[in-house]
Design a protein around this ligand. Sequence first.
Ligand code: F6R
Ligand code: MG
Ligand code: MG
Length: 365
Amino acid sequence: MKTTISVIKADVGSVAGHAVAHKALLKKCDDILNTAQQEGLLEDYHVTNCGDDIDLIMTHKNGEENEEVHQLAWNAFQEATKVARELKLYGAGQDLLSDTFSGNIKGMGPGVAEMEFKERPSDPVIIFCCDKTEPGAFNLPLFRMFADPFNTAGLVIDPSLHNGYEFEVFDVMEHKKVKLSCPSEMYDLLALLGTISRYVIKHIYRKDDNEIAASVSTERLNLMAGRYVGKDDPVAIVRSQSGFPAAGEVVEPFSFPHLVGGWMRGSHNGPLMPVAQRNAHPIRFDGPPRVIALGFQIADAKLVGPLDLFDDPAFDRSRDQASEVAEYMRRHGPFEPHRLPADEMEYTTLPGVLEKLEDRFEDID
Ligand code: F6R
Ligand code: MG
Ligand code: MG
């Protein structure tokens, strides 16, 4: 019997402004998932938040894209929205694009990462949740985990990793996907992955046996809605140890706070800061962008844990470096590359400015 992990997330209201999901919303989601566990739909669950996003981490036996599980998550977010409205929380219900559930939560606003697998004798899994960034933020760290021998020693010295991994990459603009194999097609892969706003890693498989290794939520809320309605703040599920990167190799790429899009008004680049869950409070200039990592052992579909993996002084220097980079980027104010290119900004007054000045623009002779 296989186990499914479904991580479904949404921002349905926060305090103060777009900072942190209120405890009452987390409690509401917890109550609803608890009932689903009593009734047997879920095997186990853990509710957490990264900034203003609520992350529902669920285990069950129903496979990916299961209608009942998706409906459950949808209901939890809808009920939490009611609480958010009562408390007049900021952005109540902002990520729910529809009033009625239509069988699959994908395309309705929330982000979804799922995977189904036969449990190994011991199966460590790490869940990453982000705020104030976009799905492509995982490109660099996932590449390093599964393809960079300077990060993952196992690629060189462990025979069970040595044949490498296959990356499934989504083109989120054209709604197309392609599979590329590492190390043989590494340069082709990097040619795509560097364009983080468009090409996004969706799944990673172990080449030896096609076993699922990683899964990412790739929804781009702003594209789905055709207008700005909120962030794409992504989640990812990564399997670890015994044929996959060790837990330490999985978190190691985040020691480098790389630049990602999504800070302040979804319109600025900033460093992705790895933090303990209790510090997932993006406040400074609504950021800088955050990532948390929760480690679980999966035991007969039960979630044993979590261990808060970035709650470790060994990441203090990365956080300091992120603060320094944040300072440096902020000094650019409204200039690129701190401000995103015009076509990447979540919302913008630039077209308005251009319209206003249209008549005053003259040809240069
Ligand atoms: C939201 C975010 C914030 C908002 C900003 C303005 O996740 O990143 O930076 O974009 O607080 O919000 P509004 O337009 O709602 O006043
Ligand atoms: Mg918000
Ligand atoms: Mg958010």
